[in-house]
Design a protein around this ligand. Structure first.
Ligand SMILES: C[S@@+](CC[C@H](N)C(=O)[O-])C[C@H]1O[C@@H](n2cnc3c(N)ncnc32)[C@H](O)[C@@H]1O
Length: 250
């Protein structure tokens, strides 16, 4: 498998590279599971001071990032790569989900474009961008945090990134359900007890309880996910048993 290369086009590269210093993603990058590069489009500004924003045609508030420096940045990052995919982080894009992360993680080369101000000249999107992705239906000040979310979510799925290979497979969304609840030491605290089954040592029962909890959580919290989840007969029985046992607390 070819090593994933990620280039991020940003006015704030120091923000994006900070991801290399912490936790799972930092360790994975240091171990060389993926390569992260940043590129500041100010290098391609026509202005001596590196400015690349200009007033919007038609008037209105705010500034817009100009076409030429962004196009030059994209061309620089794509280089001779045959497989580069250019992703613009935008509130108007398709909402990111685990399926999109899995598809992006299978890429060889991702070029992520971070907007600032009112956004970027639409002609960059029309002529250079392959896909647009959004964090959700809200607006943040720049694409850097969105790119960092995307990088983190992608890198933790790469083989070898997590200490335990099953961790990512058991996370929420990986199998179409939310994750089950987790507990750690001590067994009792502030009058709250760890569910007895988790202390039983019976691995079959523990797996069944976890699946039942995941089904119930997804059913109660995310009916949209549940509607798409192909429940087996065994899973239906587990969910029904949970609902019957908890009917007074629903
Ligand atoms: C202030 S926003 C511009 C918002 C734009 N005027 C609009 O309403 O669609 C500046 C930049 O932040 C990034 N951004 C803002 N919200 C985002 C979101 N929900 N998901 C991904 N990127 C976002 C984009 O790169 C965007 O170009």
């Amino acid at each position: 498998m070819t090593k994933l290369r990620i280039d991020v086009i940003t006015l704030f590269p120091e923000m994006v590279v900070s991801i290399q210093q912490h936790g799972v993603v930092g360790r994975a990058l240091q171990a060389g599971l993926a390569e992260l590069h940043t590129h500041n489009p100010r290098q391609h500004s026509a202005n001596e001071d590196g400015r690349l924003d200009a007033r919007p045609y038609g008037g209105g508030p705010g500034m817009v990032m100009q076409y030429a420096p962004l196009r030059a940045s994209i061309e620089h990052c794509v280089g001779r790569s045959q497989h580069a995919k250019v992703v613009y982080l935008s509130p108007q894009g398709k909402q990111l989900d685990q399926a999109a992360i899995a598809a992006l993680a299978a890429s060889e080369h991702l070029v992520m474009l971070c907007g600032r101000y009112e956004g970027i000249d639409e002609r960059v999107i029309d002529s250079c961008v392959d896909e647009e992705y959004s964090l959700g239906d809200y607006v943040i000040s720049g694409g850097e945090l969105a790119a960092m979310v995307l990088i983190d979510a992608i890198i933790r799925t790469l083989p070898g990134a997590l200490g335990h290979e099953l961790s990512a497979q058991q996370d929420s969304f990986a199998g179409g359900l939310l994750d089950c609840p987790h507990y750690t030491r001590p067994e009792q605290i502030d009058g709250q007890q760890v569910p007895a089954v988790l202390l039983s040592g019976d691995h079959h029962k523990i797996a069944e309880w976890r699946l039942q909890q995941a089904l119930a959580r997804t059913y109660l919290r995310r009916p949209d996910l549940m509607a798409d989840y192909p429940m087996s007969e065994r899973e239906k029985r587990l969910l029904e048993a949970f609902l019957a046992a908890n009917s007074s607390t629903e």
